[in-house]
Design a protein around this ligand. Sequence first.
Ligand code: NDP
Length: 605
Amino acid sequence: MTIDAGPKRPDGTSIDKDAIRRKYIEERDKRLRADGNAQYIRLKGQLDHYLDDPYTPRVEREPVTDHVAVAFIGAGFAGLVTGARLVEAGVTDVRLIDKAGDVGGTWYWNRYPGAQCDTASFVYMPLLEETGHMPTEKYAHAPEILEHCQRIATQYGLYDNALFHTEVTGLEWDDDRSRWTICTSRGDEFTAQFLAMGTGPLHVPKLPGIPGIESFAGHSFHTSRWDYDHTGGDPLGAPMANLADKRVGIIGTGATAVQCVPHLARACRELYVFQRTPSSVDVRDNRPTDPEWFAEIATSGWQQRWLENFTANQTGTADVDLVMDGWTDLSRRIRARVGALAPEDMTPAKMMAAFEDSDFEKMEEIRARIDGIVADPGTAENLKAWYRQLCKRPCFHDEYLQAYNEPGIHLVDTDGKGVERITERGVVATGVEHELDCIIYASGFEVGTEYTSRAGYDPVGRDGLRLSERWADGMRTLHGIHVHGFPNLFVVQPTQGANLISNVPHNLTESGRTIATVVAEARARGADQVEVTQEAEDAWIDILLGGGGRMLGAPDCTPGYYNNEGETPGPGARFNVGYPHGATAFFRYLDDWRSSGEFAGLTFG
Ligand code: NDP
């Protein structure tokens, strides 16, 4: 008798792997399109009003022409944690610059109802131990996270020098004076000895490039500029009373829509959710933090221990799971399947097959959950995601599926085609015009476009070389931070470092620590310039490429920003990888690199 060890559905029946594989390909093929990223449109010209800041009035000010020790572009988590570490290292002359009206970055802009973090607060929210803040929920809501950003800025004095509602327009290295010149949209022209950039990958909202988008006569906005004046309510979740007599359409069903649809479904007279591809929505299980429990865990060094534990769970090197998050569950399952292989079966092919089996089981569980929650069988069927879980950003929510049982909600599934047209009256999808009073675009942010076009500037380094020229064939750095030819410049982001996508702030905190240590070292040595050598940068790239690469959302996935909208990426994309031995090993390596005091690969001059 043979025991069927293949993947099972939650009801114990066997999964027909070939049938599901075929279905995945069929659903992907419906969505592949020749225009890839070009299907989206930029918010400029007639559309640039979608970018207006609805949260903070712009205040006129005189241009700034002074000098600071460190200028940081972006006042989100990257700028805040780096600023905090610099201040701790004795470098207090730090200037944050941001196009927003305050600190917070993504948490400044994304105030849509229901916005909350999707990785446990205890590891997602930076500097909890330093600020003494206890997250009130396992997955904190946006107002608390924004307030935490403000807390960090206040505690570390980062407001003193900050420039808000200010966009950087030019950056140029002055080798004679060993400093960067920074020009901005406010006419500022100031200098900084050190410059860091941490603007995040998701700060430029985009709209679907569908005909008629300017013609809608009703009200419309993008989720990252939520218009509470129009909807009523507030980011804390007060009911959006102004929508009680309104027909509202929301375009997009990604992570943002998953969080705000339940609020809209409760508020609107009619809510039309226009869906091109369903998200996978797993259990969230959010809950308030028990202060007694928190007091017990929050002993000295607790957050670093939790960060390391979360990351170790992602990379398979932890015995315990302190965080018990959707992300750690995901990797625990994969490991359990792979770990069950007999020693002689531990081949790459069999390990990938075990990974696929665990994915089949997870996705069947997620699909079965929909049948158990959504009352209308047709709607339930249309909400099912037919792709592997990591093809798109996995979502977790306790009220999204339930919202489809509200009386006024209509799921308009477009079978992968998307909405066709916007008219003066509303949205056309599947050949039907839906008359609406308001359209909300939950259509996401630019990811696969040129970095320089998103940023609005292109740093000019030593000998007049632009960063876009330096990286014309792909990104090249040491540790994802230092770039040869660009002295005193630091990049704060995950690629070519830990590349830990499940908890981006962990990458940023470690980069911040590195930058503060390097700047403090330069000061201690009396060095005006710090730069990575060409050899060290090349050697790092060799290490990265030696790992065989890793890409979220494989080409056979349904299109999305994880796989460059299904387009084959250019050759430079092979550099968009992380440390081949994983995030835990990278953080350990970086810690040793910093604490050795040698700063191998950097020259201090
Ligand atoms: P996404 O890019 O994930 O989603 C955009 C949505 O718009 C998709 O559902 C897309 O469909 C849909 N769409 C695009 N064009 C059309 C069209 N013509 N017709 C119909 N639908 C269309 O954006 P989000 O703002 O949801 O999320 C972006 C990222 O921000 C997330 O992946 C996540 O990384 C982050 N985020 C994080 C949160 C957190 O941590 N708490 C919360 C929210 C977002 P299709 O899938 O077919 O392309």
